[in-house]
Ligand binder design. Structure first.
Ligand code: UD1
Ligand code: UDP
Length: 394
């Protein structure tokens, strides 16, 4: 079986590590993976670093699309991916998540009838102002095999007319739809499979402890700190929202250190969207550590040792949960509803008083129970087995 995997943005490169590792360890004789990097992310610390650190095979192709408006970026990727699919003739294209690289892969593949495997299917924010919501809906509706990490994802797909049975909550490893017939774009199959990022966090947690010195380097040993990340356009591109978040970071820094690995988007927009006085305060505050993006191993070491994680990232809010840390989500809603429902994360949006209330709440009531929601750490193997099965039946 031959698959073409599309990656482009940082979280997709990291997710791809889990699938490539499973292929290398268990299926090398049966599965050939061709990796296509769209080039959506290109700085060394947003791309190359992960290939080196997580032993991901070098991409077979790089489209080098770089940054541009949504339309231009997606169009360039679509053109490049279409040409490669025609050349490579894979059995499946594998798409991760909800970025423009995902959307481009979905549009290119669906039109030339390459079956799509969507990893992280079914997630919804119910906010179509988010570019990611458009991308994930289009990708799901073009897919043949939909792998949802959570039960909530399965429920969302059911609401949108996917062939999911009515009876009770879905269980891990459950497959639904397409009956005995071969799954197709019009007769897709939906799986509840667990989270591929949970596979990675389990696999790399101890390796991160051994191989990184980020905690020592940042002088955080035995010191409480908040780990924060901000990169959503809805936060970075609106001066009022970005200022509210940074004002709350300044307040938090009076009680505790705040470590903030800055996404390049945020690093750029800080300088234009925050008033100079606020910038000066942030850059001169000894308790705020603004640092360049870190490697994945460094990031999970920082997550594991943090007192609390504050973020608008999809991946980071979940990883906080994996490592049993309370989370403050800097968004009005989340696709990862379970972590809020269990009381382990609070939606505070970009609202200074809600952020401070959430901080106080978690200081008074540190969460202790983190139910297993994200599978068993073997989502990648399950997905590959299902692809092989489907391919054998074709
Ligand atoms: C993208 C995804 C988002 C995901 C995020 C992960 C879309 C629509 N958005 O957002 O869903 O959560 O990646 O990090 O696909 N830049 C650099 N160097 C880089 C990459 C980006 O300087 O290597 C800067 C550029 O100024 C660029 C900006 O960051 O314009 C935004 O990059 P882009 O890939 O368009 O979107 P992200 O905000 O990274
Ligand atoms: N991450 C990283 N270094 C950083 C910030 C994040 O390795 O400096 C990792 C993080 O651990 C997670 C992924 O990047 O696995 C999340 O990516 P991001 O926040 O960019 O995007 P999202 O998940 O919101 O799409």
């Amino acid at each position: 079986m031959k698959i073409v995997t599309i990656i482009g943005a940082r979280p997709q490169i990291i997710k791809a590590a889990a699938l490539s590792r499973a292929i290398h360890n268990h299926y090398a004789d049966r599965i050939q993976e061709v990796i296509v990097h769209t080039g959506q992310h290109y700085d060394d610390n947003m791309s190359q670093i992960f290939f080196d650190e997580l032993q991901i095979p070098r991409p077979d192709y790089n489209l080098h699309v770089g940054s541009a408006s949504h339309g231009v970026q997606t169009a360039r990727m679509t053109e490049g991916i279409e040409a490669l699919l025609i050349k490579e003739q894979p059995d499946f294209i594998v798409l991760y998540g909800d970025t423009n690289s995902t959307l481009a892969g979905a549009v290119a593949a669906a039109k030339i009838h390459v079956p799509i495997v969507h990893i992280e299917a079914g997630l919804r924010s119910f906010n179509k102002a988010m570019p990611e919501e458009i991308n994930r809906i289009v990708c799901d509706h073009c897919s043949t095999l939909l792998f949802s990490p959570t039960h909530a994802g399965i429920e969302n797909l059911k609401r949108e007319g996917f062939p999911v049975e009515e009876s009770g909550p879905s269980t891990l490893r459950q497959a639904q739809g397409s009956g005995t017939a071969k799954p197709t774009i019009d007769n897709p199959k939906v799986y509840h499979c667990g989270d591929i990022m949970y596979d990675n966090s389990l696999h790399f947690a101890n390796i991160a402890e051994e191989k990184t010195d980020v905690i020592q380097r940042l002088e955080l040993v035995a010191k409480p700190y908040i780990l924060a990340t901000i990169h959503r356009d809805t936060n970075t591109d609106y001066p009022e929202r970005l200022s509210a978040i940074f004002r709350s970071i300044i307040k938090l820094s009076e009680e505790c250190q705040v470590v903030l690995p800055l996404h390049p988007r945020t690093a750029k927009l800080l300088k234009t969207n925050l008033e100079e006085a606020l910038q000066k305060q942030i850059f001169s505050c000894p308790n705020i550590k603004l640092i360049p993006p870190v490697s994945f191993l460094e990031m999970i070491a920082l997550e594991r040792h943090a007192q609390l994680v504050m973020t608008d990232s999809g991946g980071v809010q979940k990883e906080a949960y994996f490592f049993k840390k309370p989370g403050i989500i800097l968004r009005p809603e989340t696709e990862w509803v379970e972590i809020v429902e269990t009381g382990n994360a609070i939606l505070a949006d970009a609202d200074e008083s809600r952020i401070m209330e959430a901080w106080q709440h978690f200081k008074d009531n540190p969460p202790t129970v983190f139910p297993e929601i994200f599978g068993d750490g073997h989502a990648a193997e399950f997905m590959l087995e299902q692809m092989l099965l489907t391919n054998a039946n074709n």
